[in-house]
Design a protein around this ligand. Structure first.
Ligand code: HEC
Length: 133
């Protein structure tokens, strides 16, 4: 029946319209608080720049832990979680110290590669991720 077909089509279009409206509301709320934006942005930066060494692993080469996580297991011997995403002690100032100078096998990051805002946002993301674990 053609009227049934049209009814379904219209219902579908209304549904898509509602979906767009809902997505718009969510992103507007995120911008309103500001914090949500920093956390989301920090997550993106962390995934690209830090997680390849500091994620939970395993590594692509079959090693059980990624190099940053493995080094921090040895350094802390259980006193701190080896994954940065579980740490509650890493604020932006501390991150900046390690990230701008490099440490051990970790290379330093220049401002052209990683801005101060990137570091602030990573700190916001780590705080949020540690709180949710
Ligand atoms: C190429 C691998 C690699 C990358 C990429 C990397 N790290 Fe590291 N990171 C390490 C290693 C290895 C250590 C341990 C160094 C040591 O103490 O011997 C480390 C240590 C650290 C520490 C010190 C933690 C502590 O308590 O001693 C911080 C903080 C840190 N990394 C943050 C970051 C952040 C933030 C990023 C992304 C912007 C990042 N790292 C990217 C390998 C990496």
């Amino acid at each position: 029946m053609s009227s049934g077909f049209h009814g379904g089509l219209i219902a579908g279009l209304v549904g898509i319209g509602l979906l767009f409206a809902a997505t718009g509301a969510v992103s507007a709320a995120g911008q309103a608080t500001g914090t949500g934006d920093a956390v989301a942005r920090g997550h993106g930066v962390f995934v690209h720049q830090c997680a390849p060494c500091h994620g939970a692993g395993p590594g692509d080469d079959g090693s059980p832990r990624l190099p940053g996580t493995a080094a921090l297991v040895l350094k802390y011997q259980g006193e701190q979680p080896p994954e940065l995403e579980k740490r509650t002690d890493l604020n932006a100032d501390i991150l900046r110290l390690f990230v701008r100078q490099g440490v051990g096998a970790m290379p330093m990051f220049r401002k052209a590669e990683l801005s101060d805002r990137d570091i602030d946002d990573i700190a916001a993301y780590l705080k949020a991720s540690a709180a949710s674990r």
